[in-house]
Design a protein around this ligand. Structure first.
Ligand code: OGA
Ligand code: MN
Length: 275
């Protein structure tokens, strides 16, 4: 097949070389290679591959079961943009500026996300990734033992409050309509690997005083996303990035509402509950 993954940092992300649109859409062996590389590297970068929506959806379907959001020709595509004319839910996307894992308020979080850059920001708008497998491995043996029993409550409210600290009654009601979800801090995957479950949705630690639990979550997040553990992707138009949502935290660096940044996103359902 002649496709190789070249690591982009010591702990997370690789650039894929030797794969073009044809490889993604037609090569028999590529989907399996891609899913294995995704699990191994956490994020895969395909520079300047320029997939149109039809190709992105077709490739996504080769990798797994694809989430459907809307109507129209490509209901699987969700536009990640701060422009309310392109996405009526644009306001919520300011939540992407804080480190997070997608779908932690669901029973089974999504497995992976694909973003194709159709427009890029003049300033800001990079996407950063940090491995949560790496974060677990960096704990001391004592911490690994201690945190094996720790449970954390995740809410939409916690993530939204970070950028909207004084919500209206209506906003609060919307946030609270999504029930809180309790997850273990340490995810023991089917593969045998372990990862930390952290990010902006983490509201409090079960059985701990709220402020102390918050401080613990903040400290673990800071350690997991220390600059030397992060890969920062500088987008060029036509780039495709896929990340393994089971094993990475991610965030967008802030960009302007008026910027041309326009990401076309597809998501693959997960089949592994956090246990
Ligand atoms: C997302 C997300 C980050 C970005 O789509 O889930 O967090 O850089 N996006 O747009
Ligand atoms: Mn996200």
């Amino acid at each position: 097949m002649g496709v190789v993954a070249e690591p982009l940092s010591p702990t997370v992300a690789a650039r894929v070389r030797g794969a073009d649109r044809e490889t993604l859409l037609c090569d028999q062996d590529f989907p399996r290679w891609c899913l294995e590389a995704l699990e191994a590297y956490g994020a895969l970068v395909f520079p300047g591959i320029h997939l149109d929506d039809a190709s992105q959806v077709a490739f996504s379907k080769r990798l797994g079961r694809v989430e459907v959001f809307g109507r129209g020709e490509f209901p699987e595509i969700f536009r990640v943009t701060l422009d309310p004319k392109k996405n009526p839910a644009a306001d919520y996307l300011r939540g992407t500026f804080d480190w997070h894992i997608d779908g932690l308020t669901e029973d089974v979080p999504i497995m992976a996300t694909l973003l194709c850059a159709h427009g890029v920001a003049g300033e800001g708008g990079q996407t950063e990734f940090a491995s949560t497998y790496g974060a677990y491995e960096a704990l001391s043996e004592e911490e690994k033992e201690h945190f094996s029993r720790t449970r954390v409550v995740h809410t939409l409210e916690a993530s939204q409050r970070m950028f909207n600290p004084n919500p209206t009654e209506k906003e609060l009601a919307v946030w609270r309509s999504r029930p809180p979800k309790e997850h273990p801090l340490v995810w023991c995957h089917r593969s045998g690997r372990r990862s930390l479950v952290l990010g902006s949705t983490a509201s409090h630690v079960v059985g701990m005083e709220v402020a102390a639990g918050r401080a613990l979550l903040d400290e673990l997040l800071a350690r997991s996303t220390a600059p030397d553990r992060v890969y920062r992707h500088e987008w060029a138009q036509g780039d495709l990035v896929i990340w393994d949502n089971r094993g990475v935290l991610h965030r967008a660096l802030p960009y302007d509402r008026e910027s041309a940044r326009d990401m076309h996103r597809t998501t693959l359902y997960g089949d592994e509950a956090i246990e």
